[in-house]
Design a protein around this ligand. Structure first.
Ligand SMILES: C[S@@+](CC[C@H](N)C(=O)[O-])C[C@H]1O[C@@H](n2cnc3c(N)ncnc32)[C@H](O)[C@@H]1O
Length: 263
């Protein structure tokens, strides 16, 4: 007989006191998936394409989100990013990395994140899910080019961030969540100033992603950006944006889709 994983049940027990509304929705969705073979969102809400703009070109995403930024400025960000991307690829090929390469932030998503940080100049960037540190390097290099700002990165493992070079680490604070809970994440977030850009790339289960994005959304600065990887796995990202009145754009990358919204 196949063994049943207890992880979803543990997640429900942890999240219930923090967000009972989300747990109810997730349970209905699980039942719908079992009975109707459809995911939580397709079973209980309209399709994702009716709730977000969908782009296949990052310049369309950036053009829509950064309407005041001239095209030649976006071209300059793209040239900077291409150089950094080549550097990270070279690093990834020349050092041992503990986590699978396919966990990396994909190229078009990376360009969009880099350009948003360059254009919006956030003082506080927060990311969840560091792994080898692909996204961390992108953020740190954008902040370095801006000349100000700090990156706070959260993970549950302590062998993360191997792609980040020693010279890039000064604006970087690593938060290793000992219990890996959202409560611990939220308590740490509460100690930081308002978040100028948030990027989710940690646990992609509906409940975790939805609540983590709700917590980050509640602490978003004026003109802040709420961003996420793997947004096609559920409607967690779209719902979190709608909850705080943001209009999301979803970018289809090589193997995954990412989401971006600016307040
Ligand atoms: C897809 S990888 C992140 C990839 C990274 N953004 C990059 O560009 O290289 C997911 C990471 O999320 C971490 N993770 C899993 N559950 C987590 C949680 N509850 N809180 C924070 N991080 C978590 C994993 O340890 C892993 O390092």
């Amino acid at each position: 007989m196949p063994r049943m994983s207890l992880a979803p049940l543990r997640r429900v027990v942890r999240v219930t006191p923090l967000a009972p509304d989300l747990v109810g929705r997730a349970l209905v969705g699980r039942i719908a998936r079992r009975v109707a073979g459809r995911s939580i969102d397709t079973a209980t809400g309209p399709g994702i394409g009716t709730r977000a703009a969908i782009d296949s070109d990052p310049r369309a995403t950036l053009g829509a989100l950064l309407q005041d930024v001239p095209v030649d400025q976006l071209d300059a960000f793209e040239r900077e990013y291409q150089e950094i991307d080549h550097e990270i690829v070279a690093r990834a090929g020349s050092r041992p990395l503990p986590m699978p390469p396919e966990w990396r932030t994909e190229q078009q998503t990376g360009l969009t994140l880099y350009s948003l940080v360059r254009a919006l100049k956030p003082q506080i960037v927060v990311e969840t899910g560091i792994a080898n540190g692909w996204s961390s390097v992108i953020f740190l290099r954008a902040l370095q080019k801006n000349g100000s700002g700090a990156l706070h990165s959260f993970d549950v493992r302590d062998d993360v961030g191997k792609l980040v070079d020693p010279g890039e680490r000064s604006p970087w604070t690593l938060h290793i969540l000992k219990k890996g809970t959202l409560q611990e994440f939220d308590e740490t977030l509460a100690t930081l100033p308002p978040v100028g850009l948030f990027f989710h790339d940690s646990d992609h289960s509906y409940l975790h992603m939805r609540l983590e994005l709700r917590m980050a959304g509640a602490r978003l600065a004026e003109h802040g950006a709420l961003c996420s990887d793997d947004v096609s796995l559920s409607h967690a990202y779209v719902e979190a944006c709608e909850e705080i009145g943001l209009k999301p754009r979803l970018l289809v990358d090589a193997h995954k889709a990412s989401g971006f919204a600016v307040r």
